[in-house]
Write a protein that binds this ligand. Sequence first.
Ligand code: CP3
Length: 322
Amino acid sequence: MRQAGRYLPEYRAMRERYGFLELCKNPDAATEVTLQPVRRLGVDAAILFADILLIVEPLGVGLEFARGEGPVIRHPIRGETDTVRLKPFDPEDAVGFVFETVRLVRRALPPTVPLIGFAGAPFTVASYLVEGGPSRDYLHTKRLMYEAPDAWHRLMDVLAEATARYLNGQIAAGAQAVQLFDSWVGVLGPDDYRAFVLPHTRAVIQKLTPGTPVIHFGTGTAALLPLMRAAGGDVIGLDWRVDLDAAWGALGHDVGVQGNLDPAVLLAGPALIRERVRAILDRAGGRPGHIFNLGHGVLQETPVEHVQALVDIVHELSDRRP
Ligand code: CP3
């Protein structure tokens, strides 16, 4: 889940002083923001403060984070001509500041708290590049896939190569696990996932430094879970639209799962939070390989005391298990 962000008063205070990209590019400030939820909430792992779109800046597409709007790509990639211009790029040159943040965070964290690095999966990053921002239907993205498949695959090849290098750079700098976010891949049906996404996500995961656990996350993916598993990952992220036990059973218990509380439950108070946590832990059945998490990131409107209550309740209820 995204655990840093605007629901935290100390994050909002940092944002008074820095623009979002400025914060990402300043390793001292990004380290501070990474540590905020760990200090305040006592979560079991830290997630690097960065963004999935930082690696596209070298493509010269005009990345901006407009206040309250999320990411904007000023010059979206729409057709063959745009993709022909795409050159392979090395994120080491462009996002060295992320690797520096990883080193600083690793130094600052207690050895018992692992650091999770991350990147966007090729489909989700491509969807921003093609749409120019968030989208409901992903029509530009689908049109490119269907009408210019060679251009689509070229774009995905370039992103897959850069993403693998980016994650390996984070691992080399000290990230102990990495999460690949395919947040919006649930807009595709299984055949399209198989043809247009799976080979590229698999290529990323196969290039990663062996020995580092990989969490493969998406939302709206009930129909795609077996294919996501086939693409790779030691742990598959589940959102709240599936029953954890049924989804885990279908995936197979030899892969881990992460999830799957609806982030909106944190708008309600501790009584409902407790009930829902218990239900998820019951479905996990005390089996090894379940990482308790939200099905997606913490919503901006969430009272911070409710996130605190969640962490405490998960610790309390899971400690009682054998
Ligand atoms: O601790 C953490 O979890 C923070 C690190 C983090 C951020 N982005 C910081 C951020 C992570 C893991 C991400 C990943 C990310 N970024 C994803 C995949 C995860 C997911 O939630 O699906 C996606 C799709 C993005 C693209 C992105 N960046 C969006 C859609 C937005 C706007 C979201 C919003 O809440 O408005 C961002 C901006 C962003 N990235 C913020 C943060 C803390 C909010 C920016 C702000 O301070 O104004």
